[in-house]
Ligand binder design. Structure first.
Ligand code: ADP
Length: 458
């Protein structure tokens, strides 16, 4: 598997080479289509100006004149009718000017060797140091016919400016390659960090924060990853705490049962035996209730039993729940006031019944003898609102935010006496939220609590 970095490196090099090749081909085509003929024409003008100068100024020394032009950057070949040949400037690397072409020029024809130089593929013709790669024309000097062939000397074609430009292009190419490699490294660095972080999360290590401080897409990815890790960490903490709580809540009644069973074994007096048996019974019921609540929570979590929606009369369901708690209310001499509008709702009656039962049993549990409870059920803008208001011991303001957490008990000592598991309100919230609603709790001034549930009419 190639690393992202090497892929980037290869990709960059391929792009650079391909663009260089495309640029070369484009320049080459331009040379063949346009430059070659233009170059020929330009040099033809020069050679023509030379010969017209020689012909117009009779007393001129031909050799001297041609040598001066050669010094100025040209290669020249002068051939007279007797085929006597003189070369000026640095000699041609290849002397391949054909006698036929020389003859033609001596007869007065112009020679366009630059234009017709046979270099189909590359623009090397531009640089070919061959005597065939020239332009030629004829002139008369001292009554004799001459053919003059010319091309610029490559040495003079490359000036300091050309070297400067070439240096600039090479420096630019090297610098941009280095910059791209540096950028790629910087770009890949956080991805490497992210990969290491995912490995740590895989090993259930949620604590190390990601050190990526960027605002771009990778920064956003790192931020989302960090958020996800924090949530996973929090879930992990909750899961461990949950297991711890469950074990603890099972352990206490089991120890009690074991202790009292031991006592019974020692054959205590009948009255005591009866009391011990009652404790064992109560503890067994507590365990059974706890197991049922846990099973309910698990099924809500996993949605193994998704909502079985039905349209039913909510006020009637509430009345039925209250009826089942009538004996508890009477036992604590509590008064109950009801204000229930006739409301039909689409929801899961089995789950919603748990909501009312938990809220009512809490109101009874946490209210002293002789207190009162008020339950209302109304409908506003397609939302059903149920309130449970009691005159009980209430919950301190700073703890209200936590009462919907699993196993959270406001005051361990007071709930232990009453026998709460801390799961009731967690179940209530989950069921309400599954119905798309929400639940809030607030203190009633000096005394008691009010729980407000709103459920949208689906
Ligand atoms: P529990 O089974 O312990 O009652 P819940 O989840 O139903 O668990 O309630 C969480 C905590 O909130 C309880 O331990 C109790 O201290 C507090 N609480 C719930 N309802 C009331 C209420 N009506 N009045 C006062 N405190 C309440």
């Amino acid at each position: 598997m190639k690393s992202l970095y090497s892929k980037f490196l290869i990709f960059t090099l391929v792009i650079m080479l391909t663009s260089a090749l495309v640029a070369f081909l484009a320049v080459n085509t331009f040379y063949h289509q346009t430059l070659k003929a233009a170059n020929d024409e330009k040099n033809m003008e020069i050679v023509k100006s030379f010969v017209s100068y020689v012909e117009s100024t009779k007393e001129n020394d031909l050799k001297q004149f041609l040598q001066t032009q050669a010094d100025a950057g040209y290669k020249l070949i002068a051939i007279n009718e007797k085929r006597e040949k003189e070369t000026y400037g640095t000699p041609f690397r290849v002397d391949n000017l054909s006698p036929q072409n020389i003859d033609r020029v001596l007869k007065g024809e112009d020679y366009h060797g630059m234009k017709h130089f046979p270099t189909e593929t590359f623009m090397t013709g531009f640089f070919a140091d061959e005597s065939a790669n020239t332009v030629g024309t004829s002139f008369t000097y001292n009554g004799m016919n001459y053919a003059l062939f010319l091309r610029p000397d490559i040495k003079f074609l490359f000036t300091e400016v050309h070297f400067l430009l070439a240096g600039m292009i090479v420096t630019m190419a090297i610098l941009s390659l280095l910059a791209m490699l540096f950028m790629a490294k910087k770009l890949i660095e956080p991805i490497v960090k992210l990969t290491e972080a995912t490995k740590r999360v895989g090993e259930e290590k949620f604590t190390d924060p990601l050190q990526i401080d960027r605002k771009d897409e990778i920064g956003q990815l790192a931020q989302s990853f960090q958020l996800m890790t924090e949530r996973l960490g929090e879930n992990d903490r909750i899961r461990k705490e949950f297991i711890n709580n469950v074990s603890h809540d099972f352990q206490t009644p089991l120890l009690n049962i074991k202790g009292y069973a031991n006592l019974i074994e020692n054959d205590p007096p009948a009255v005591e035996r009866k009391n011990y048996a009652k404790v064992i019974q109560a503890e067994t019921e507590r365990l059974s209730a706890l197991t049922k609540q846990l099973m309910l929570l698990t099924s809500l979590d996993q949605l193994l039993s998704p909502l079985q929606l039905k349209t039913f009369r909510l006020d009637e369901q509430l009345k039925e729940t209250i009826r089942r708690y009538r004996w508890a209310l009477e036992e604590k001499e509590m008064s109950l006031s009801l204000e229930l509008d006739e409301i039909e709702l689409q929801g899961d009656p089995a789950f919603l019944e748990k909501v009312w039962a938990n809220l009512l049993s809490n109101a009874i549990k946490y209210t002293e003898t002789g207190g009162s409870i008020e339950i209302t059920l109304t409908e506003q803008d397609n939302t059903v609102i149920a309130t449970f208001c009691d005159t009980g011991i209430g919950i301190p303001e700073e703890k209200i935010g936590r009462i919907f957490e699993r196993f959270y008990r406001v005051d361990d000592s007071r709930t232990k006496e009453i026998g709460g598991s801390g799961l009731g309100l967690a179940i209530v919230r989950q069921v309400v939220e599954l119905h798309g609603g929400n639940i809030t709790a607030k203190r009633n001034g000096q005394q008691g609590m009010t729980f407000i549930i709103s459920l949208p009419k689906l």
